[in-house]
Design a protein around this ligand. Structure first.
Ligand code: MG
Length: 367
């Protein structure tokens, strides 16, 4: 099925709720209000059109779009759109000197999503069925209500809303300059939600080893479900030391690109829960491989947001593991994600089941 056209766009979407984490804040240290969304439409000779997208925060958006338009599009024209595995390797090897981590792999993920969308549309099947159909829904935890700038009462209000919808639990950010502030906030949220509530925390690579160790010990006393990104993602040995010393599970992976970076963590026993991001890891094709690696290592997978496309992998090849409710790009799509009784259901239309209407593109396009 020959590719005849590749169209790229770049959108800037307002976040439903501004974000602020231990690693990301606005110019003056406050919340971040927008997310960038490079998108690609790949059309085949029979008129089938696949949609793929990437995301970036605080930079990289125009560069990602340029990689899609200037580097990948010429490599894709006249190729067979159904050869997702061959094309993944073609793009990965071709751009080896400019990046297998970061914006290049994120651009590649957008292409990969579009190819899977095409494959599903031609097969007449949703992608999760093509992948394996492990389950028909995945539990959701609420993750857009625990930002650093929010007060405890604001967080609790947001979290109670998630729990009232039947979601399995909530995640809050930690990573203040004084970690005691974080522990106090987690303690107050725990007190408000009750001992039985599932609460995870995310430090977004904020700390050095001694601080992370101290925080981890304190979190253990508060019954926290996992300690996410305590250290710089490059520090595999540091995570291994933490994982060995702490009882609380270490979750990590949203900033890792490709299976090779996950492999370093798995081999070093440096992580307890793998968190691939469908875009940063290189798309559906690569994320499926990370899930297989987790299966072999007997490690749980808890994918990092981008729920609208991640649900295909989470239901296609994962028999357990949650979806992170983070509606950052929800405003781009024609239909909202379907969440019933705290579980997300994959779209039943062929392909990814996602559409970005032309009027949305016109409204949010930035170049
Ligand atoms: Mg995180």
């Amino acid at each position: 099925m020959r590719i005849t056209d590749v169209r790229t766009e770049l959108l800037r979407m307002p976040l439903p709720r501004p974000m602020q984490s231990g690693s990301s804040s606005g110019k003056k240290g406050g919340p971040v209000s927008h997310i960038n969304m490079p998108i690609v439409f790949i059309t085949t000779e029979d008129g089938t059109r696949g949609l793929g997208y990437a995301w970036s925060l605080l930079g990289g958006a125009t560069a990602t779009r340029c990689v899609l338009r200037d580097d990948f599009a010429p490599l894709l024209i006249d190729e067979d759109a159904l050869d997702h595995e061959r094309l993944w390797h073609k793009l990965y090897r071709r751009l080896q000197s400019v990046g297998r981590h970061g914006l290049v792999i994120q651009a590649q993920a957008a292409v990969d999503l579009a190819l899977w969308d095409i494959k599903g549309k031609i097969a007449g099947l949703p992608v999760y069925k093509l992948l394996g159909g492990c389950r028909e829904s995945a539990p959701v935890y609420g993750s857009d209500g625990g930002w650093l700038y929010m007060s405890v009462s604001e967080m609790v209000t947001a979290f109670e809303g998630y729990l009232a919808q039947g979601m399995m639990g909530v995640k809050m950010k930690i990573g203040h300059e004084n970690p005691q502030v974080d522990i106090d906030r987690v303690r107050e949220v725990r007190k408000a939600l009750g001992d039985g509530a599932w609460i995870a925390v995310d430090a977004n690579q904020k700390w050095d080893f001694p601080t992370a160790m101290w925080v981890g010990r304190a979190l253990e006393q508060l019954g926290v479900a996992w300690f996410e990104e305590p250290l710089l993602c490059e520090d595999v040995p540091g995570h291994a030391r933490l994982a060995a010393a702490l009882d609380i599970p270490i979750a990590m992976g949203e900033t890792l690109g490709s299976r090779f970076e996950f492999d370093a963590y798995v081999r070093a026993n440096a992580v307890d829960i793998l968190q691939p991001d469908i875009i940063r890891v290189g798309g559906i094709t690569e994320m499926v491989k990370v899930v297989t690696m987790a299966d072999v290592a007997q490690l749980p997978v808890a994918p990092h947001h981008m729920m609208e496309s991640t649900i295909q992998v989470a239901c296609g090849v994962m028999s357990s593991g949650p979806i992170e409710y983070m509606p950052w790009v929800a405003g781009a799509f024609a239909e909202p994600a379907v969440i019933k009784n705290g579980r997300m259901l994959p779209p039943q239309q062929p392909g990814l089941g996602l559409e970005i209407p032309e009027d949305i593109i016109q409204r949010f396009r930035i170049e």
